[in-house]
Design a protein around this ligand. Structure first.
Ligand code: ATP
Ligand code: MG
Length: 429
């Protein structure tokens, strides 16, 4: 018996029933970003492994245990990208896009790969839309990133279901001072924290703040607070951001434990979270990474960005039933032709209609068939109307125009009048 072929666990097909919703989502985001002057960049899906080690940091979950890394035929170590920022910074540096202090407002979209435990909202191939802005260091641009996501949630009808969590990590110096204090505190309470946190204490102590372990969380209640170690510059920056969010009427919650999984953040970090999806509740996350470009070999260049998880946002749209009805229908008109002459006429008529009615979604019956079978296919296509071409219609240069969803009687329409008729009842309707 032959073995059934299967996709890799955690890597999903997005089937034709689902792609309309994906395209609606992606199209909505792309339109929104056009409206704010962001430009799309497309990077390769594979990069040298070193790129991610250098940018994300050796002692992060991603680099330690989640990357899909392999050797290619040249013996180079390559990795399927686990996130987009590293490759975006690499591309910006390689092509000199941030030279001379040029401002860049970029976005990208596509698959990311992490070897995580697959579950609802967490996959091994998943998709992100990411934004990165270079050479702007003020809180105004941090605010813009949040303002535009706030607008997106409204466009998508999910604004009430998401909450903004904010924190400031300070400069790397301030964080360094805090790290020392935290390590000192946790070392004194070593026997009360879980094993994973004990390990992180040595490798990446700030990540301990992220722990889900209840006892460790209780210990952290008395730990030094990052906010008390913030440097003046970061404090002013954070106040500037909050003032702008207040002015824009965007509610937020300060979450002092928000440290983010990646190493490269500084100052602002934020997450949009929802309680509607169970455990995988973060739908969009990002922050400022002023040190990253330099860390990757460039000149000091402020940067700020975020990425949203498309699967989780699609799940949220479905959960909240915010899927617009109009996107489900992919065919407006189904053309049925009976007999060889009618088929030929149908082909040329259909092409002419496509010339004349921009945006028309017209499916022409293929594979001939009886009246009954063609109407069945017309109905199944989801079309609103069928066009019928047989010998009689051909002789009179008309088509039968048959509503399929109970909007009136069948009528004959002259070929010459058909384009105008379809334009009114389909494209606008
Ligand atoms: P999480 O805490 O959920 O693991 P993260 O901090 O690892 O998220 P980021 O690297 O900041 O996530 O990625 C940004 C967004 O991408 C997340 O907020 C989430 O919406 C989405 N995302 C991250 N990992 C996955 C995954 N394995 N499957 C689906 N979506 C994901
Ligand atoms: Mg993660």
């Amino acid at each position: 018996m032959s073995k059934t072929l299967q996709a890799i666990r955690g890597m999903n097909d997005i089937l034709p029933e689902q792609t309309p919703l994906w395209r609606y989502f992606e199209g909505t985001v792309a339109g929104l970003l056009d409206g704010y002057g962001y430009r799309q960049i497309r990077m390769p899906i594979v990069e040298f492994t070193d790129l991610f080690k250098r940018s994300i940091g050796e002692v992060t979950d991603i680099v330690e245990k989640e990357m899909y890394t392999f050797e290619d035929r040249n013996g180079d170590s390559l990795t399927l990208r686990p996130e987009g920022t590293a490759a975006c910074v690499r591309a910006v540096l390689e092509h000199g896009l941030s030279g001379g202090g040029q401002v860049q407002k970029l976005w990208y979209m596509g698959p990311m790969f992490r070897h995580e435990r697959p579950q609802k909202g967490r996959y091994r191939q998943f998709h992100q839309i990411g934004l990165e802005v270079f050479n702007l260091d003020g809180p105004d641009i941090d605010a813009e990133l949040i303002v535009l996501t706030w607008r997106l949630w409204k466009l998508l009808g999910i604004r009430d279901a998401v909450t903004l969590e904010l924190n400031s990590l300070g400069t790397s110096e301030a964080r360094g001072r805090y790290r020392e204090a935290l390590v000192e505190f946790l070392t004194a309470h070593l026997d009360q924290i879980d094993e994973d946190s004990q390990r992180r204490l040595k490798t990446n102590p700030l990540r301990v703040l992220d722990t889900k372990h209840p006892e460790t969380q209780a210990v952290l209640g008395n730990a030094p607070k990052l906010a008390d170690y913030l440097d003046e510059e970061s404090r002013v920056h954070f106040e500037g951001l909050k003032a702008r969010l207040d002015a824009a009427g965007i509610p937020y919650v300060i979450n002092p434990k928000l440290v983010r999984g990646l190493d490269y953040y500084s100052k602002t970090v934020f997450e949009w979270v929802t309680d509607k999806l169970g455990a995988q509740g973060t739908v969009c996350a990002g922050g400022r990474y002023d040190g990253l470009v330099e860390q990757m070999g460039g000149k000091p260049t402020p940067g700020v960005g975020f990425a949203m998880g498309i699967e989780r946002l699609i799940l949220l749209l479905e959960t909240l039933e915010q899927v617009p009805e109009s996107i489900a229908r992919q065919v407006d008109i189904y053309l049925c032709a009976f007999g060889e002459q009618a088929e030929l006429a149908g082909l040329t008529l259909a092409e002419r209609l496509r010339d004349q009615v921009p945006g028309l979604r017209l499916m022409v019956n293929a594979g001939a068939g009886s009246f009954k079978s063609q109407f069945k296919k017309a109905d199944k296509s989801g079309a609103l109307y069928a066009l019928i071409l047989g010998d009689d219609e051909l002789a009179q240069q008309v088509v039968g125009f048959k509503p399929l969803r109970g909007q009136g009687e069948q009528q004959n329409i002259a070929w010459s009048a058909l384009a105008d008729h379809l334009a009114t009842c389909v494209v606008q309707g």
